[in-house]
Design a protein around this ligand. Structure first.
Ligand code: NAD
Length: 267
């Protein structure tokens, strides 16, 4: 028996990167998947095919822009109109690095809207139905930057710290839903360190430039600063942690923020 048979998962920002890695793992375990993100028709079709080939029973795709709160609500409503949402992964996120005095204020607004506010809107719309059924899983993809700070990332660090706090509040509000048998309703955050995706590519390239364009040396330099394992995570590594949170036996794991950071926040 596959672990997620009969479950349907909405994963924001899942056309590529960590969200796509989570979708691959959930599909392998037989879930129905709602892919979501911004992309051209070709990349959307390719992502859908790959997730079907990974084992998903059904794949829907939505492209709502999470900068708009109304669109976020519509995304969840349309997902609920076409079936249940047993698992909600708030994963979509963007980054922009600059010292605070040089950070464009529109980047602040965008990062807060996508990385923080969209999770409030999706949880608000999806959780009541999970509570009615006695089973639900919300997994918020925060970051080590939800636990500690780095320079030049003011909106990102603020949004991720906010997401960790929001996770705790909502976890408390739903802690008593369902039962051990039904699996309960849990709300948790995963806090990755460096994961190999397009999001960190410009930061890798900036380091590679210091070594005559050598990408491997650029990555090693980036990791040596803060991630003691000196290994990047793969997107599916985050998917495996999310899968465990979806198990019934994790019914009492709620309100937590789980670092997957090679020791970054242990220092
Ligand atoms: P990515 O850039 O590869 O993917 C981001 C996804 O979000 C894409 O599918 C994109 O279409 C979607 N998205 C962006 N803006 C959107 C918008 N306005 N409306 C709808 N969708 C939008 O990034 P990733 O590295 O996979 O990051 C995923 C999450 O993981 C983010 O929340 C990020 O902060 C977090 N994270 C990443 C790392 C890392 O090292 N890559 C580390 C810690 C946390």
């Amino acid at each position: 028996m596959k672990q997620l048979e009969g479950r349907r998962a909405l994963i924001t920002g899942s056309l590529r990167g960590i969200g796509f890695g989570i979708a691959q793992v959930f599909a392998r375990e037989g879930a129905e998947i709602i892919l979501h993100g911004l992309g051209d028709a070709e990349s959307i079709a390719a992502a859908k095919t790959e997730i079907l080939n990974s084992g998903a029973k059904r794949v829907d795709v939505f492209t709502h822009d999470l900068r708009d709160p109304k669109a976020v609500e519509q995304l969840v409503q349309e997902a609920l109109n076409s079936g249940a949402v047993d698992i909600l992964v708030n994963n979509a996120g963007i980054q922009h690095t600059a010292p605070t005095s040089e950070m464009p204020s529109e980047k602040w607004d965008e990062i807060i809207a996508i990385n923080l506010s969209s999770a409030f809107h999706t949880m608000r719309a999806a959780l009541p139905k999970m509570a009615e059924r006695g089973f639900g899983r919300v997994i918020n993809i925060a970051s080590v930057h939800g636990l500690v700070a780095s320079v030049s990332k003011a909106p990102y660090v603020a949004a991720k710290h906010g997401l960790v706090g929001l996770t705790k509040v909502v976890a408390l509000e739903y802690a008593n839903s369902g039962s051990r048998e039904s699996g309960g309703v849990t709300v948790n955050a995963i806090c990755p360190g460096w994961v190999e995706t397009a999001l960190i590519e410009s930061q890798i390239q900036a380091r590679a430039d210091k070594f005559g364009g050598n990408r491997d040396q650029g990555i090693a330099d980036l990791l040596s600063e803060k991630q003691p394992s000196k290994r990047l995570s793969a997107p599916t590594d985050i998917g495996e942690v999310a899968l465990w949170l979806c198990s019934k036996s994790a019914h009492n794991v709620t309100g937590t923020s789980i670092p997957v950071d090679g020791g970054w926040t242990a220092q």
